[in-house]
Design a protein. Structure first.
Length: 187
């Protein structure tokens, strides 16, 4: 029983740490989903990258929708990845908010990308600096209810430490989505 609990705990921590997992070897990595409904004072995505998106969603939910959030945040999710470069961390993130331009919105539609707010933020000695605000592709990670062809859907990113470039791409239904292929300088 304790072995099962330990395995579950390790898996849980690896999921939580996904957003802060750092990589700098140039390989493509799948961006990690973060759900902001549970407030955190230690999550850099909530405190330094997207606090305004969370505030806006909370205001909309309470003022317009008349919801009582009971100490939680409104529904906001983000995809992110983190890279290490010369003593600083670089976070690339897109956030799913009401400002996204979404694809089809009906039961017969397949998986489509949304174009959402994107930020590249550096963390250096506890200080956050926004390098870039733009728009980028966002898709929810696959779940068991999706067709087999969509089980590998993802938004991916990689960092080239030699050039300081971050590249981003989307794979939906096994196909690269051309409009999601982006490159961003970090220096």
């Amino acid at each position: 029983m304790s072995r099962l609990l330990m395995t579950a705990f390790v898996l849980m921590l690896s999921g939580v740490a996904g957003a802060v997992h750092a990589q700098s070897d140039g390989a493509w990595q799948t961006m990690t989903l973060s759900d902001f409904r549970e407030p955190s004072q230690t999550d850099p995505l909530q405190t330094m990258v997207w606090p305004d998106a969370i505030r806006d969603a909370n205001a909309y939910a309470t003022r317009e929708l008349k919801k009582n959030l009971n100490g939680r945040n409104a529904w906001v999710t983000a995809l992110s990845t983190r890279f290490e470069d010369k003593g600083r961390s670089i976070i690339l993130s897109t956030v799913l908010t009401r400002t996204c331009e979404s694809g089809a919105n009906h039961a017969g539609a397949g998986v489509e990308r949304s174009i959402c707010p994107l930020r590249i933020v550096t963390l250096d000695r506890g200080k956050a600096t926004t390098l870039r605000e733009d728009r980028g592709c966002y898709i929810d990670p696959p779940d068991a209810g999706l067709p087999a062809q969509n089980q590998g859907d993802s938004i991916q990113a990689r960092f080239d430490p030699a050039t300081g470039q971050i590249q981003m791409r989307a794979i939906i239904g096994g196909q690269l989505i051309a409009e999601c292929a982006r490159s961003f300088p970090t220096r």
